[in-house]
Design a protein around this ligand. Structure first.
Ligand code: PGA
Length: 247
């Protein structure tokens, strides 16, 4: 059985002092963990967290990546740059970037491609809004979002991580039920199966108010291979409890 992956998404949170305390506590608590663990940190802190995680199993992730390699793209950070800091994962297409930065399905697919080209595993986020769920469009939305990434990446799709994050569950304390999440994960798995013979290798994470109390029941679902954790990844005790639940 493949190991589960628990990835923290710090979003735009942290400080040198807070990061030090948090990463040290996570690294200390990680010994013997049966799952894989990562933290996706703001770009200015990559070097700090790279040093703090040295020698531990905690992997480093970024929260975004440019689809370009280099050049006149003010404010962007490229995959080769991330690679220099030991980055293993890059979140792409988080709903906050789709919503506030106008990222389209095609942009997200190009970002995934840029990450893969440099040996960084993209964590491709998909998910419906509340209006889309209530309108009965959940499947259609997540399939469209994933289809763009499949189209741009061909057989390399087996190298990505997918994160199902219903927008209405992010930061709201309102989690999808294990059954609701599993239903969408099964749809995504079927879509991956149609694209690659290695679909079972792809980790499909759930994200959206996952916490120490609800992690175990979500992670028990057959197609939930881990979690993308926002708020609860900022507290070492909570994050470690989720990691323990994934063991
Ligand atoms: P949340 O965020 O756990 O705070 O809901 C998850 C995410 O946005 O990745």
């Amino acid at each position: 059985m493949k190991k589960k992956l628990i990835a923290g998404n710090w979003k735009m949170n942290g400080s040198l002092a807070a990061n030090q305390a948090l990463v040290r506590a996570v690294v200390d608590g990680l010994h013997g963990a049966a799952c894989q663990a990562a933290v996706c940190v703001p770009a200015p802190y990559l070097a700090q967290v790279q040093a703090l995680r040295q020698g531990s199993a905690l992997e480093l992730g970024a929260q975004d990546v440019s689809r370009h390699e280099q050049g006149a793209y003010t404010g962007e950070v490229s995959a080769p740059m991330l690679k220099e800091f030991g980055v293993r994962y890059a979140i792409v297409g988080h709903s906050e970037r789709r919503q506030y930065h106008g990222e389209t399905d095609e942009t997200v697919a190009e970002k995934a491609k840029a990450a893969l080209a440099h040996g960084i595993t993209p964590i491709v986020c998909v998910g419906e809004t509340l209006a889309e769920r209530e309108g009965g469009y959940t499947e259609e939305v997540v399939k469209r979002q994933l289809a763009a990434v499949v189209h741009a990446n061909g057989p390399c799709i087996s190298e990505v991580v997918v994160a199902y994050e219903p927008v209405w569950a992010i930061g709201t304390g309102r989690t999808a039920t294990p059954e609701q999440a599993q239903q969408v994960h099964a749809v995504l798995r079927a879509q991956l199966r149609a694209a690659t013979t290695h679909a079972d290798r792809v980790a499909i994470l759930y994200g959206g108010s996952m916490n120490a109390a609800n992690a175990a029941s979500l992670l028990a679902q057959p197609d939930i291979d881990g979690g993308l954790i926002g708020g609860a990844s900022l507290k070492s005790a909570d994050f470690l409890q989720i990691i323990a639940a994934a063991g």
